[in-house]
Design a protein around this ligand. Structure first.
Ligand code: DGP
Ligand code: NA
Ligand code: NA
Length: 204
């Protein structure tokens, strides 16, 4: 059986990742494609609860400690992700290790140090970067509720994301109309499936 695709959404806060990743999974499922939504941080695990306490400013953690917790929160589901992909399930993931590096490097932690704990995690096939300028994101509902939702910091985070992009990334204008963004994402996803199926085929 063909391996599932691993599609990742990244971006600054309030860029619409959760909305668009949810819509993508629904659209794929309705087409009969087995797809599952994963979100990081997963705040439901023991590690995730510590992260949630930090983000909602109920407990304090050093920058290094929280960085390692975010990474551990990804590692704790790696075997499940691998099993899902191998059984043919496509994974649509809302944030991942690039957020890990972008947010911590924006705090001035060493870039190489930031990358180290995530080395060996499964790599995504495609990354959709939901690009919004932090000034526009700040106008969105609920902005500022959590520790990182500050304009200056988000500008730094966005810059860090740009330094990590390669040709597996597509930049999506997250300021556009939601339906238009969804259509663009569907088109990008179809292309990713076509490329994936070609690579899996024994006839080249
Ligand atoms: P979200 O639930 O997607 O809004 O993410 C919560 C916040 O945590 C958001 O400001 C982004 C940040 N974040 C996500 N992943 C990581 C990570 O691995 N490391 C750090 N330091 N921050 C992260
Ligand atoms: Na957020
Ligand atoms: Na989100």
């Amino acid at each position: 059986m063909a391996r599932g695709l691993f599609i990742l959404f990244e971006g600054c806060d309030r860029s619409g990742k959760t909305t668009q990743s949810t819509r993508l999974v629904e659209a794929l499922n309705s087409q009969g494609i087995r797809a599952k939504l994963l979100k990081f941080p997963d705040r439901t695990t023991a590690i995730g609860k510590m992260i949630d306490g930090y983000l909602t400013q109920q407990n304090k953690l050093s920058d290094e400690a929280v960085h390692l917790l975010f990474s551990a929160n990804r590692w704790e589901v790696m075997e499940q992700m691998r099993a899902d992909l191998e059984s043919g399930t496509t994974l649509i993931v809302d944030r991942y290790a690039f957020s890990g590096v972008a947010f911590s490097a924006a705090k001035k932690l060493d870039f190489k140090w930031c990358k180290a704990p995530d080395v060996g995690l499964l790599a995504p096939d495609r990354v959709f970067f939901m690009d919004i300028h932090p000034d526009d994101a700040a106008k969105r509902e609920g902005y500022g509720d959590e520790i990182y939702e500050k304009r200056e910091f988000q500008i730094e985070v966005r810059v860090k994301f740009f330094t990590m992009m390669d040709n597996s990334w597509s930049i999506v204008d997250a300021n556009k109309d939601k339906d238009e963004i969804h259509r663009q994402i569907m088109a990008l996803t179809s292309k990713a499936f076509a490329k994936h199926n070609e690579a899996e085929s024994p006839i080249k």
